[in-house]
Design a binder for this molecule. Structure first.
Ligand SMILES: Cc1ncc(COP(=O)(O)O)c(C=O)c1O
Length: 394
């Protein structure tokens, strides 16, 4: 979250004073319905369902496509574990594929991981970086697969002129504290597919069959859950949405300056970005020859008071740390465990994606900030240059 203030406070006050906090049973046409319409317009999709988290949004996105036990969903080895959890929530198993230098899903490895059980590919826009969606959509079309976009870290980003979350068959966004726009905890599922929307609508609201819109649904009801959001969170998100393009412009401007200023440095190269114009701009990734060189640079940066992150140290974002998944504990009860329901046993090991581990250890990420002053930015850049010149390269 980059900006929040008086407008959000005023929006929350308005909802509380109205006494209508629930999105249904009197809340129809209110903040949540309006946010969904506004988000659909921003992203360029037919349907949005606002939910309680990005994880819930992704689960809706997978369930909406009718994916379930016996099915496999390909996810990248570098993502928050929630991408894999969403497949499990639907009853399917995650199959873990390598990322390439862009630190997003490697299309070549996706193709290697396809089996007769594969139903979907889940590209993840880590740090707001677009994936190679042309390649991923082509692979999906060739093999008759669905694409579920994990746009949780990429609210508002785009790929070749289309907003992320409008390219695949379904998508999930997150609005938790650490995302580009936020209401503390929240998410949204998007799709152009009417049936996927209706199934997700039922799944996200266990009381769906009692709602006024129930009679309009064309798919059969099933037992859902409850990932409904509320009017307070939606009111916050409506204000946050008005800030989105300004935040992205600020992040992108910073990234552009950083890339231009550092482009002559020889200690590192830039991790390729699949569409620099659509990149959210929230992170600049620098790729070193070796993990030692990356660490030495990070150490020197820190001595100069500049914060940075090495993706291999990000814990929850690296598959080797997804303990419940690697141990194949896929549910609270064995009879609901997707790993036990799988037609063919899944094989995982800590060394199954060596290229990802190597790339993550050789990368250092610099953060951007939309409201940082030009002087502070240039000061940071000069410290980065200084740190780069003393890097031990072996
Ligand atoms: C790539 C990715 N996918 C999914 C999620 C899940 O989002 P949430 O925390 O809102 O459930 C996150 C959030 O951290 C994420 O970064």
């Amino acid at each position: 979250m980059y900006t929040i203030g008086a407008e959000e406070v005023e929006a929350v006050r308005r909802v509380i004073e109205s006494g209508q906090l629930f999105r249904y049973r009197g809340g129809e046409g209110g903040e949540t319905d309006k946010f969904e319409a506004e988000w659909s317009e921003k992203i360029g999709v037919k349907h949005t369902i606002a939910v309680t988290s990005g994880t819930a949004a992704l689960a809706c996105a997978v369930v909406g496509l009718g994916i379930g036990p016996g099915d496999e969903v390909i996810v990248p080895a570098y993502t928050f574990m929630a991408s894999a959890l969403a497949a499990l929530m639907a009853g399917a198993v995650p199959i873990i594929a390598e990322v390439d230098e862009s630190l997003t899903l490697d299309p070549a490895d996706v193709e290697r991981k396809i089996t007769p059980r594969t139903k979907a590919i889940m590209p993840v826009y880590m740090n707001g970086w677009p994936c190679d969606m042309d390649a991923i959509m082509a692979i999906a079309a060739k093999h008759g697969l669905k694409v579920v976009e994990d746009a949780c870290q990429a609210d508002g980003g785009s790929y070749k002129g289309k907003r992320l979350g409008s390219i695949g068959h379904t998508a999930g966004f997150s609005f938790n504290q650490f995302k580009i726009i936020s209401c503390g905890e929240g998410g949204a599922m998007t799709t152009n597919d009417d049936a996927a929307y209706e199934r997700a609508l039922i799944y996200h609201d266990g009381g769906c069959c009692f709602r006024a819109h129930a009679a309009e649904l064309g798919v059969e009801f099933f037992a859902g859950s409850n990932f409904r959001t509320n009017e307070i969170l939606s009111a916050i998100l409506r204000v946050q949405l008005t800030r989105l393009d300004g935040i992205l412009a600020g992040l992108r401007a910073e990234k552009k300056t950083i890339v231009a200023e550092l482009s002559g440095e020889s200690a590192f190269s830039f991790n390729p970005v699949r569409d620099p114009d659509g990149d959210c701009g929230s992170s600049v990734a620098l790729l070193f020859e070796s993990a030692d060189a990356a660490k030495s640079f990070q150490q020197r940066l820190s001595e100069n008071g500049v914060g940075s992150s090495c993706p291999i140290d990000s814990g929850r974002h690296v598959y080797v740390n997804w303990e419940p998944i690697l141990n194949q504990h896929g549910a609270h009860h064995p009879k609901l465990d997707p790993f036990k329901l799988a037609d063919v046993p899944v094989q995982y090991s800590e060394d199954m994606c060596p290229r990802t581990l190597d790339l993550l250890a050789r990368t250092i990420c610099l953060g951007t900030w939309p409201t940082r002053s030009k002087d502070d930015l240039m000061d940071m850049i000069s410290k980065v240059k200084k740190a780069a010149r003393g890097v031990i390269s072996s």
